[in-house]
Design a protein around this ligand. Structure first.
Ligand code: TMP
Ligand code: ASP
Length: 234
């Protein structure tokens, strides 16, 4: 497999074509952003840690029958993935109230929800990923009804698998964001599953082990990502 030209650069990753038109190389950077890119920084070795964390989680999900873009981890910062037509609708699942949900509703962080929730956001950096619903997604042709159905079903299934996976490792999966894309007529899970896009709290101390440490200047950011890697490898 030969890595060729860069076709995309996002805030945390780059994508390269390969000699196989169906496959891309996903490269993980150390750059971290928050608040729609208004806050910028570097989390040392984040690219290496996130590539390893995401690879481990995608492998585990694949074993449980979840269809993802993951093929294999190639190096410290690179993974081989299937090329997707990204569906510009992000899915956020929550188990515990935190972040924008608390802001929007004026509630304190930390309440365990009676059942997991699902929200859709339109993937647009210039607009700051506004919240949308299924009617909007269908009306603008961002996703079909069938795709939205598959995304919802996959997201809740992934939530059950991941909540248990983290729970036995002493971590609460508070919330997380997923992106999906179409590959050869199938909807696959894309992007990454890392502390950049999940809220992870220590079960006993409730200490944050995710990008909120960077967003809220809590310190010990690298250490938290390293600890998550150590736990997911158990
Ligand atoms: P929120 O509480 O800010 O809406 O975030 C919910 C979850 O989604 C949280 O785990 C962080 C993740 N997320 C991203 O990965 N990218 C984003 O752009 C946003 C806003 C949230
Ligand atoms: N990733 C988004 C940004 O760079 C939002 C976030 O994670 O807080 O702004």
């Amino acid at each position: 497999m030969e890595k060729r030209e860069k076709i995309y650069e996002g805030k945390a990753k780059q994508l390269f074509t390969t000699d196989n038109p169906d496959l891309l190389v996903q490269y993980f950077k150390d750059e971290a952003t928050a608040f729609d890119g208004k806050k910028k920084g570097i989390i040392e070795e984040k690219g290496v840690l996130n590539n390893k964390i995401s690879s481990r989680i995608f492998e585990m999900l694949e074993k449980k029958g979840v269809k993802t873009h993951f093929v294999e981890r190639l190096s410290d910062r690179e993974m081989l993935v299937r090329k997707l037509r990204i569906i510009p609708v992000e899915v956020v699942i929550r188990n515990v109230a935190a972040g924008s949900l608390c802001k929007r509703l004026g509630i304190e962080e930390g309440m365990t929800l009676k059942e997991p929730t699902l929200e859709f956001f339109y993937k647009s950096d210039p607009l700051g990923d506004p919240m949308i619903n299924e009617y909007i997604a269908r009306a603008f042709g961002w996703a079909t009804d069938a795709e939205l159905g598959q995304m919802k079903e996959a997201a809740f299934r992934i939530n059950s698998i991941l909540s248990e996976f983290f729970s036995v490792r002493g971590i609460i999966l508070v919330d997380f964001k997923l992106e999906f894309g179409e590959h050869k007529g199938e909807v696959l899970l894309g992007d990454e599953i890392t502390p950049d896009g999940c809220r992870l709290w220590d079960k006993t101390t409730r200490e944050k082990m995710d990008k909120d440490r960077f967003r809220r200047d809590l310190g010990k950011v690298e250490e938290a990502y390293q600890e998550v890697l150590r736990k997911v490898m158990e």
